[in-house]
Design a protein around this ligand. Structure first.
Ligand code: FES
Length: 452
């Protein structure tokens, strides 16, 4: 309708038009320029350990089969039969060496290759058709700490290029032990009546909203853990926000200032190992601490022990929550959770909650982490119920003839500033109530939408 991207994302004034949440033409462009281009999280390889194991997931509105082939590799194929467009796999998960379409019976391998069709031997296609051209469309796949990422952009940026400077920090969460992570049960899912960008931009490390929207949870002590482990809200809760031009971000909070327990149990002057034993990062037992030093650099372990990454996101639609709940007895009931916000139309988003623990963690610790995540950040968790109250109301507002003229303000910008002695790259911002990381999320959005 003549509206340009610059009319919606106002880079001169650091504002975003509320119209971006409802505009149908914009949504169609997002599907092509973002969700058909960038790396998307689809699950974890622990969901499909055996040959033939598969899960069915979505890359935005494109349904895909994620399968383990006889070669041991994970393959992602479009779940659309090239014969007449039927969905080839109708289940959600299982084990199959052959996926056969129910319409006319075309059959495919776990890697998407065409095997044959009924009466193929009688030369259904004659000799004119090259079978190699009849397979399912294949996505490019990358496993990161066992997390399955895929993109349709086979010649685009590598996964490491996509992570950029964030890799140093993300490794502290996903690539830190010998056994790696495992998914604790199938992911939880629910659909919310809102545009994917409403939760998407919040995943750009919006720490500010926790002070108000989630305050009652902190004050009431219902966020899990013991009274000693409850977050001490402002002014004590501050740290460093990390971001990068790819739009990813992580909020890192100083452990000593975040958890009241360290007022009684001194943190100062302790070695990295001693700090880790006190902090008990979720999923890491005392016995596993040497593995951190083996898999990460000393600087990365030191950060994990002093100012660990806790909440953030991977552009465009992943939220990361690494919830600490240290106790003075050395125990922990924290969680490591990822959400994806998958678009299902301009005004619908599917929220998926993935709950993780280290594969080698004791069973009791896994149960505690599962419980913590379900209780806090699960689909009916106390934190997400707060968010799920707000997001659809923003959408209702975005439809009003006058309301949609409102602009979202990202004017609390500090500008990046490297704390003294900080190791690790990226754009660094002090504190956690500013708009810098979320504004970077919109700039990454702009760059992809503006690309030819
Ligand atoms: Fe799949 Fe015809 S649509 S075999």
């Amino acid at each position: 309708d003549g509206t340009s991207l610059d009319d919606l994302i106002m880079r001169d004034s650091n504002e975003v038009s509320l119209r971006v949440m409802t505009d149908e033409e914009l949504y169609k462009l997002e599907m092509e320029k973002i969700f058909a281009k960038t790396w998307l999280l689809l699950g974890h390889e622990s969901e499909i350990p055996e040959t033939g194991d598969f899960i069915v997931r979505d890359m935005a509105e494109d349904n895909v089969i994620v399968a383990r082939g006889p070669d041991g590799d994970v393959h992602v194929s479009l779940n659309v039969c090239p014969h007449r467009g039927m969905r080839v796999c109708l289940g959600e998960a299982g084990n199959k060496r052959v996926h056969q379409c129910i319409y006319h019976g075309w059959a495919f391998r776990p890697n998407g290759d065409f095997i044959g069709a009924p009466v193929e031997r009688e030369k259904m296609h004659g000799n004119d058709v090259d079978k190699k051209t009849l397979g399912l469309k294949k996505a490019r796949v990358h496993l990161y700490g066992g997390l399955i990422f895929a993109t349709w952009d086979v010649d685009g940026p590598s996964f490491d290029e996509f992570l950029g400077d964030s890799k140093y920090y993300m490794d502290q969460l996903f690539c830190r032990t010998d056994s790696g992570l495992e998914l604790l049960g199938p992911p939880q899912r629910f659909v919310l009546p809102c545009n994917w960008k409403v939760p998407g931009e919040q995943s750009g490390s919006d720490g500010f909203h926790t002070l108000t929207l989630h305050r009652s949870l902190m004050e009431g002590g219902v966020m899990g853990g013991t009274a000693e482990s409850i977050y001490d809200q402002a002014p004590g809760m501050y740290g460093v926000d990390i971001s990068c031009k790819q739009g990813h971000s992580l909020r890192c909070l100083e452990a000593e200032k975040t958890f009241k327990m360290f007022a009684d149990v001194p943190f100062e002057g302790k070695s990295t190992r001693e700090r880790l034993e006190l902090l008990t990062p979720p999923g890491i037992t005392k016995e596993m601490i040497p593995e951190l030093f083996k898999n990460l650099s000393e600087d990365q372990v030191n950060q994990l022990a002093t100012i660990p990454p806790q909440v953030g996101g991977l552009f465009p639609n992943v939220l990361i929550a690494f919830i600490f709940a240290p106790r003075t007895d050395g125990g922990s009931s924290g969680a490591l959770t990822l959400h994806t916000y998958m678009p299902k139309g301009p005004d619908r988003v599917e929220f998926t909650n993935y709950i993780f623990a280290e594969k080698d963690a004791p069973e009791q610790m896994k149960r505690d982490m599962l419980q913590n995540s379900i209780w806090n950040t699960g689909t009916s968790g106390v934190i997400e119920q707060d968010d799920a109250d707000v997001w659809p109301v923003i959408m209702k507002n975005a439809r009003g003839a006058v309301s949609k003229g409102v602009t979202l303000k990202y004017k609390a910008l500090h500008g990046h500033e490297r704390p003294e002695g900080w190791v690790g790259e990226g754009l660094l911002y002090p504190g956690f109530t500013k708009d810098d990381t979320q504004w970077n999320w919109w700039l990454a959005y702009y760059d992809l939408m503006d690309a030819v």
